[in-house]
Write a protein that binds this ligand. Structure first.
Ligand code: UDP
Length: 239
């Protein structure tokens, strides 16, 4: 198979790991994800992953219940490290080399995030999971994904969600919602479409980082999107 992109940054939400359970990590789900991503990596695509933590803890939810926001956000970032370790385990079961690099140092369990080292790992063909978001409270892992995608010189940011692209309105509650095959960053921001948070979208826009929004649950959706099939929605920079 030929791919249109050599280096990609995949954003997996924490919810993508939890399966039907409604909370936590389902090893069958991480195994399925690892198999799909490993086959792309074995075809020569360099894969970086930013994983969320919403299946375990979200800072906003904590602060809504009265916690200090920054404290709650640090808990959210720690949740992403657990997800990263679970994914690393699943990749290693596929006999593929996988590094976890964390924005919050935790040297006993993973490497610290050092950009140049991450680039070397990727160039060698290792899958690199970026954990602990950006390392800063008040941000999301979407923004961390946009940031890391730019930092590592990714050719595109793949945002894997539970819907198969970007719609003009919520497709779950509106049967007549229409899916875009492509849409500009500007239109995403002006229409207030829920693709990624505005900070992440603006960062991609400023750095002309294409975003592909796709459904993680489809068969080989990531592979098909990377080979140029019209899977999901592409967000692009208008001229
Ligand atoms: N978080 C943070 N800074 C970051 C990234 C994440 O404080 O740079 C915290 C924040 O509390 C967030 C939680 O980590 O709610 C989990 O991340 P996110 O909600 O983005 O996960 P997802 O929705 O993708 O599962």
């Amino acid at each position: 198979m030929t791919y249109q992109y050599k280096r990609v940054l995949l954003k997996l939400s924490g919810e993508a790991l939890m399966g039907e359970g409604g909370y936590g990590i389902d090893p069958h789900v991480t195994e399925r994800l690892a198999k799909q991503i490993t086959s792309i990596a074995q075809d020569g695509v360099e894969v970086g992953i930013v994983v969320g933590g919403g299946n375990i803890f979200r800072g906003l939810a904590g602060s809504a219940k009265g916690m200090d926001r920054a404290q709650a956000d640090y808990m959210g970032m720690l949740a992403t490290i657990m997800n990263a370790l679970a994914l690393q385990d699943a990749f290693e079961k596929q006999q593929v080399s996988c590094r976890v690099m964390s924005a919050i140092q935790m040297n006993e369990v993973c490497e610290p995030y050092i950009r140049r080292r991450a680039m070397n790992h990727l160039a060698k063909g290792d899958i690199v999971i970026f954990a602990a978001g950006s390392g800063n409270p008040y941000f999301t892992t979407d923004t961390a994904a946009a940031l890391r995608a730019c930092e590592i010189g990714a050719d595109c940011l793949l945002k894997a969600t539970k819907v198969d692209g970007i719609y003009d309105r919520d497709p779950i509650n509106n049967d007549d919602a229409v899916r875009f095959e492509s849409i500009s960053y500007h239109e995403v921001l002006v229409r207030g479409l829920q693709v990624m948070d505005a900070t992440a979208t603006a960062l991609c826009q400023d750095n002309k980082m294409p975003i592909i929004v796709l459904n993680i649950e489809g068969t080989d959706t990531i592979k098909r999107a990377l080979s140029g099939e019209p899977v999901g929605t592409v967000v692009y920079q208008e001229d």
